[in-house]
Design a protein around this ligand. Structure first.
Ligand code: ATP
Length: 242
């Protein structure tokens, strides 16, 4: 069963719309999706902007937190797993990695963004995916799945993502975060990938995830640090002899 998907031609931000409905006391059922053809004020984390494009996926959904649910912050991994599984299913030939916690990178270029915003016991999850086009940005490499060789119809993508999200949420609730972590690891950057965490100015190597979903970063001295939040960048390995 595909969850209910509400499609609109244009809005500022699908996350802002769902948050406004919740603030107005409207009931938004879990699994409901709001998907826009165009977003004029798409948002990323920390007040950053998300660039739209016709044919790209831009949509938001709501999780209604229940007593006994794992920590809401771990929904970042749930969304990442659902998104990565959707891309893998619809575009099996594309070589991509999940960058902790939930960015899709293809050859180091950013193909998607996920924003979680909480309002009371509701968490709005917004997902943007460059299916057809990616904006040129001065400060980072971006890519679309189309330029990586996969032509994916937006509505087909929305249907598959809605199902994958419902499935990942079920796993999160019934089996816990550890099960989501197990699903995340084979979709993510390999152990040993050099990483930089900007806020804390930490450099190290990816050493898997803790059972609660935290990033394990192994420093040059072999000590493992746990990172619960932060901007993570993939560093290219230093080439020998250079
Ligand atoms: P990251 O860990 O990649 O730095 P982030 O949390 O900073 O992620 P997001 O909230 O996922 O970023 O997305 C916002 C950022 O993504 C913007 O600051 C911009 O650099 C970049 N961006 C904006 N629009 C797009 C797009 N359509 N495709 C790829 N990157 C984008």
């Amino acid at each position: 069963m595909i969850p209910p998907i509400e499609r609109i031609a244009q809005t500022g931000s699908t996350n802002a719309d769902l948050l406004a409905r919740l603030a107005a006391g409207e009931h938004v059922g879990e699994g409901h999706w709001l998907v826009a053809d165009r977003q004029t004020a798409g948002r990323g984390r920390l007040g950053r902007a998300w660039g739209d494009g016709l044919g790209n996926f831009m949509g938001s959904t709501v999780v209604q937190l229940r007593a006994g649910d794992p920590l809401a912050a771990t929904l970042a991994l749930v969304a990442g797993v659902a998104l990565a599984k959707t891309i893998r299913a619809l575009a099996p030939a594309i070589d991509f990695q999940l960058k902790w916690p939930n960015d899709i990178l293809a050859d180091g270029a950013k193909c998607s963004g996920i924003l979680l915003e909480r309002s009371g016991d509701s968490v709005v999850i917004g997902i943007g995916v460059n299916l057809v086009s990616a904006p040129d940005l001065p400060d980072r490499a971006t890519a679309s799945l189309a330029e990586k060789g996969a032509a994916i119809d937006r509505d087909r993508f929305a249907d598959a993502l809605a199902v994958a999200m419902a499935d990942a949420l079920w796993t999160w609730r019934q089996e816990g975060v550890e099960s989501i972590v197990r699903a995340w690891l084979p979709l993510g950057h390999p152990v040993g990938t050099p990483l930089h965490v900007s806020e804390q100015a930490l450099d190290g190597y990816f050493d898997g995830l803790a059972p609660d979903g935290a990033l394990r970063l192994r420093g040059a001295d072999g000590e493992v640090m746990l990172v619960h939040a932060g901007d993570v960048e993939l560093r290219r390995p230093v080439e020998e002899g250079k």
